[in-house]
Write a protein that binds this ligand. Structure first.
Ligand SMILES: Nc1ncnc2c1ncn2[C@@H]1O[C@H](COP(=O)(O)OP(=O)(O)OP(=O)(O)O)[C@@H](O)[C@H]1O
Length: 823
């Protein structure tokens, strides 16, 4: 069914033809008076994001709302991108630029950056502490004697507890003195650490929301005290606040929505802003952060004086009837009341597997079959594999690279490399650019090059010495201190050198590393800024923008990392825990595959950020831009790679072909087993698991696969009615084919292409068979079929990893090769 409203809908029509339906149109055209709340509850694929984008356009075109008066917030960058993509189809570029569409965290971050200086005299530019920076901080400051501003105090606490203490103090859960007594800590030590963090502008990701809330409150307090308008201009400008993915809200985000809606609006008297929220309670999967499906109802209590209207959309544009029906039945035991605009498809597929490894192989080879058999109609990027944990993604990606040499891409909520060992690249760049808090980056890197027992104690000593030196050398940096010490060392007047005393281990080797590291920093800084200054002299905007490029940054990072001696650290696998006896060579190999993925992630992050930088009007260097935005700017994937994602990360996305990994590492049971057997009834159902399954299964546009440990006839009658265990024969199923073709908007390849695809698939199968039955080494065989037209043309037949020379190269060379290749 495609119930399309005729009159007003023509005005909301997109140039390429998507027209809002009647229920969508009711939401789009709903008024946006002050003191009103519009709640949109709708299921997966009903077009909530699509409808919100059209509503924004409608309010601007027909309701006298200026683009700059609209604030749109969501949880994830992906949701923000989706809204912007739809807006781009219906509004012009200039209008879109004036609308604020952002994630809660990024919005808060910009608010703090832009306005804190007006409200706090001694405000320092902030440095966002991601998880790894925070761990480094805890490692450096969690023990021994710390001396800050001349005071030396003793502290002794584990890094994990320190992290907890500081977070709890920050959110006001505990006072400093109470925390000190509870954790048996020196109160002065704790105070000094907090002061140090504030002085350097250190801020945790979650603190962004708290700080923004504080800023909003402080601006209102000033207004009350001073009695004159001291409002934050952006906030007082908004008249309409729109929140997508509302089912994911948790306490802090609700507080900020509350403050924003209640923030005074210029020329609007006492009236509060209009609020539109959209979400699906059945897709609430962030319980661990505090989100609850009921929040969509509880919001009414936050705005008692508001006129509230609730609307819904009962159709889905993503799911086939079969997938929609199965999802509701298996997840919640209910019939779906959603009508599919796509009509009939084929039943989802459930397959029995005997081990997790076997399931992974099945998935990969099924993707290969689908791509080959349809002559390249299906691209690798049309397929996504959904897992519960990142660990499973690592295992699948390892098999994909080692056995099949396939391209894959892991979807992450931010850029993956930031959460890995490559985080040290970020530290290098902070130092290179002398960003706020860069002395902390220096300490973090020093902790890595001196990796012997006692390194935390040595770093504390170094930090204390630097602080005493600072008494006579105000405002000079740790880098200056180290340089001064090393110059004295080279003049051999070194008996009294503090640095030498601290690093007396290792015959000078740490000192040498520090020395060459600092030199390389100076050299690379000169190179980069010389290029920038030369460009400034030309006064040509283009030349200035291109004066610091991703390639230059990569080269600098590489040179500095080499001088720092940090490549060993990057190339070394993480420790596997004492109890696991594992083959060391295997661990090393595994690490190299993962490292390859991280490097791609870093490289694409640079590329993506550079593209945004070139488009932006802001005056800054690319290095500045990258350091400010690398947490938020995530590259959009390419067509040649199969997608891998946890279910949480894939929320809000849709793919033609979806595989849900069924088997779990622990025990022989499928994680979903309670949903698939008669075990679960409406009373015993684990609703968090149900919602997670629902989110996973409703990502599928055409074909859905699920793994199980049991054969279909041993599963519940619901499973038997809503699934099949037969693999889809795409060319023989007209329903599935027409569904896929409409979905993909690509023509069916010619007969010849289909034929050669089939041929290639047979070659793949038979060579794989030979490989499996032969115990001899098998050399890499390129697929020599004439079908060189589709993306898998240079697909490599299984190669035992020992025969691959790719990773025998020196790791640093590999790194450089990979990094440069993509630039
Ligand atoms: N009126 C329409 N006509 C055609 N396609 C539509 C229409 N409305 C939405 N769609 C399409 O339906 C798909 C799902 O839309 P959208 O992502 O906005 O759904 P959603 O409700 O936000 O889903 P989820 O809750 O799963 O995140 C998109 O591909 C979108 O383009």
């Amino acid at each position: 069914m495609n119930e399309t409203a005729s009159n007003d809908s023509t005005e909301s029509r997109e140039p390429n033809g998507r027209i809002p339906t009647a229920s969508q149109l009711e939401i789009i055209t709903h008024p946006c008076e002050p003191n009103t709340l519009l709640k949109v509850k709708a299921g997966p694929g009903s077009g909530k994001t699509f409808t919100l984008a059209h509503r924004i356009a409608h309010l601007i075109k027909n309701r006298d709302i200026k683009p700059s008066e609209v604030l749109v917030l969501s949880m994830s960058n992906r949701a923000v991108n989706n809204i912007q993509k739809t807006l781009a189809k219906i509004l012009d570029d200039q209008t879109i630029k004036e609308i604020t569409v952002n994630t809660f965290h990024s919005f808060s971050s910009q608010l703090i950056d832009e306005y804190s200086q007006f409200y706090y005299k001694d405000y320092r530019h902030k440095r966002l502490m991601d998880d790894i920076s925070w761990r480094n901080f805890s490692n450096i400051f969690s023990g021994k004697v710390i001396s800050l501003d001349g005071e030396s105090v003793k502290g002794s606490i584990t890094p994990a507890s320190l992290e907890k203490v500081l977070s709890d103090i920050k959110i006001g859960k505990i006072s400093v003195s109470k925390a000190a007594s509870e954790f048996q800590l020196n109160e002065a030590y704790l105070k000094l650490l907090i002061e140090y963090m504030n002085k350097n502008g250190f801020i945790r990701y979650n603190d962004l929301i708290i700080n923004a809330l504080e800023l909003i409150q402080d601006s209102l307090d000033q207004l009350n005290e001073v009695g004159q308008v001291q409002l934050i201009p952006t906030l007082s400008r908004y008249k309409v606040v729109i929140v997508d993915e509302f089912q994911d809200m948790y306490h802090q985000l609700l507080s900020i929505i509350h403050s924003l809606v209640k923030y005074p609006t210029v020329n609007n008297g006492q009236q509060l802003k209009h609020l539109t929220i959209a979400g699906d309670p059945n897709q609430s999967i962030y319980e661990f952060l505090g989100s609850k499906p009921e929040l969509m109802d509880f919001i009414d209590y936050d705005f008692p004086s508001f006129q509230i209207c609730e609307l819904s959309i009962n159709e889905t544009f993503r799911l086939t009837n079969e997938i929609s029906k199965m999802s509701s039945k298996i997840a919640f035991g209910t019939d779906s009341n959603i009508i599919s605009s796509k009509g009939q498809g084929e039943l989802p597929i459930i397959r029995q597997h005997y081990s997790q490894y076997q399931e992974y192989i099945f998935i990969i080879e099924e993707i290969i079959r689908l791509i080959f058999e349809l002559g390249g109609l299906i691209k690798p990027a049309d397929c996504i594999i959904l897992t519960r944990y990142n660990k499973e993604i690592d295992e699948i990606s390892k098999i994909m690279s080692t056995i099949y040499d396939l391209n894959f891409e892991k979807l992450t909520s931010g850029n993956e490399w930031i959460k890995t060992k490559l985080h040290c690249f970020l530290d290098i760049l902070y130092i290179l650019n002398k960003n706020a808090g860069f002395e902390f980056s220096l300490l973090s890197l020093l902790l890595k090059i001196d990796n012997k027992i006692g390194n935390r104690g040595r770093i504390s000593k170094l930090f204390n010495e630097y602080n005493s030196w600072m008494k006579n050398n105000q405002s000079r940096s740790l880098e200056d201190y180290l340089n001064e010490q090393l110059i004295q060392d080279s003049t051999k007047n070194n008996k009294i050198l503090k640095l030498k005393q601290i690093y007396k281990i290792d015959n000078q080797s740490v000192l040498n590393k520090i020395n060459s590291f600092l030199k390389s920093i100076r050299d690379e800084r000169n190179k980069i800024f010389e290029s920038y200054n030369n460009a400034i002299a030309t006064q040509d905007h283009e030349t200035i923008k291109n004066s610091i490029t991703p390639t230059m940054i990569l080269e600098s990072i590489f040179n500095i990392a080499e001088a720092l001696g940090i490549l060993d650290y990057i190339n070394e696998p993480d420790s596997q825990g004492k109890h696991k006896v594992q083959d060391n060579k295997q661990i090393e190999k595994d690490h190299k595959y993962i490292l390859k993925r991280w490097l791609y992630s870093f490289n694409s992050s640079l590329e993506c950020s550079f593209a945004n930088y070139i488009e932006s009007n802001k005056e800054s260097t690319f290095l500045d831009h990258f350091l400010r935005n690398c947490n938020d700017e995530c590259p959009i994937g390419n067509q040649d790679s199969i997608k891998l994602s946890t279910i949480h990360t894939a929320k809000g996305l849709e793919y033609p072909i979806v595989f849900i990994v069924g088997l779990s590492k622990f025990g022989n049971k499928s994680y979903w087993e309670s949903l698939l057997t008669n075990e679960s009834n409406s009373v015993s159902r684990d609703l968090s698991k149900s919602r997670l399954f629902y989110v996973a299964s409703t990502r599928a546009q055409s074909v859905l696969y699920l793994g199980s440990t049991k054969p279909i006839d041993e599963l519940s009658s619901e499973v038997q009615q809503t699934f099949t265990n037969k693999l889809p024969q795409l060319l023989d199923s007209s329903k599935l084919m027409s569904n896929l073709l409409t979905q993909l908007q690509r023509p069916l390849p010619h007969e010849a292409k289909l034929k050669s695809g089939l041929q290639s698939y047979h070659i793949f199968k038979s060579r794989k068979q030979n490989y499996c039955t032969s115990s001899k080494k098998f050399n890499s065989i390129e697929c020599t079929s004439s079908a060189s037209v589709w993306p898998m043309s240079n697909f490599t037949i299984p190669v035992p990893i020992s025969t691959s020379s790719k990773w025998r190269l020196k790791p640093c060379k590999v790194m450089l090769k990979l990094l440069m290749k993509r630039c």
